[in-house]
Design a protein around this ligand. Structure first.
Ligand code: PEP
Length: 265
């Protein structure tokens, strides 16, 4: 089956990680919202630190360009004695319709397992959030030809708790090779495309396994992350299965983030 990119939007998402105080986050929010044309495309999302999420969402109310706000993580339980954690419901109530899950920094610095990520995806969907499920291989895994195996495992575990076709249809996938995150090394467009194509074919099987149509996978957004910048954005986005970009470092300045958004129009 051929992919039909025309049927999908382009999503440019900025992951601010543990950068930006509340004041700085608001300043960057205003710069981004005032710098974007009010056109429907690309879809834009920003993921500020949790402490700034509500204020950023509030500041965006009435912005001519719709910009979705999201959290960078949640706990998989609905509520409870989990000091330091935030829930999907709290994110939603704060005005954030999205959440990043299974980012490689969560997996490899904080030891998040595939299973925990899967529970978070299910929790996010139950709370009405749009989860961005991040998958990606480490350098040694690529060098030993295990990229597809690793991302398949992460994808399968990430959606294991999602039995409903409509819910699966709300999941966004981010392919982020760990060796490319924050390193200045970007996957080449063809390296990215190869993995995105593989992920889409895995998604086809996942929809079918849930008694849905394989065709639904053509509507899933699969975005790329890993040193995306203004000067490589356009060529990455030209690939048929690369539906957007998850941007870390280059999302911390309005100038570079806006350039990437413009490259997506
Ligand atoms: C990220 O943190 O998701 C990311 C892709 O970072 P960078 O763009 O800095 O590589």
């Amino acid at each position: 089956m051929s992919t039909s990119k025309e049927r999908r939007s382009v999503l440019i998402a900025g992951n601010w990680k543990m950068y930006k105080s509340l004041g700085e986050a608001l300043e960057l929010t205003v710069e981004i919202s005032s710098g974007l044309p009010p056109s429907a495309e690309p879809l834009v999302a920003i993921f500020p630190p949790a402490i700034a999420l509500a204020a950023v969402a509030e500041r965006l109310q009435g912005s001519p360009k719709i910009i979705a706000v999201g959290a960078q993580n949640i706990h998989f339980e609905k509520e409870g004695a989990f000091t330091g954690e935030i829930s999907a419901e709290m994110v939603s109530a704060a005005g954030g319709p999205m959440v990043l899950l299974g980012h490689s920094e969560r997996r490899h610095i904080f030891g998040e397992t595939d299973e925990a990520v899967g529970k978070k995806v299910a929790r996010a969907l139950a709370a009405g959030l749009t989860p961005v499920l991040c998958v990606g291989e480490k350098l040694d895994e690529r060098e030993t030809n295990r990229t597809n195996q690793v991302v398949s495992r992460q994808l399968e575990a990430g959606i294991a708790g999602v039995s409903d076709v409509a819910q699966l249809g709300r999941v966004v996938i981010a392919y982020e090779p760990v060796w490319a995150i924050g390193t200045g090394k970007t996957a080449s467009p063809s390296q990215g495309q190869e993995v995105h194509k593989h992920l889409r074919s895995e998604l086809r099987a996942a929809f079918v396994a849930r008694h849905g149509s394989a065709d639904r996978a053509e509507r899933t957004l699969i975005i790329y992350g890993g040193s995306a910048k203004p000067d490589n954005a356009a060529e990455l986005l030209q690939e048929p299965d690369i539906d957007g970009l998850l941007v870390g470092g280059a999302s911390l300045k309005s100038d570079s983030f806006l350039k990437i958004c413009r490259a997506a129009t």
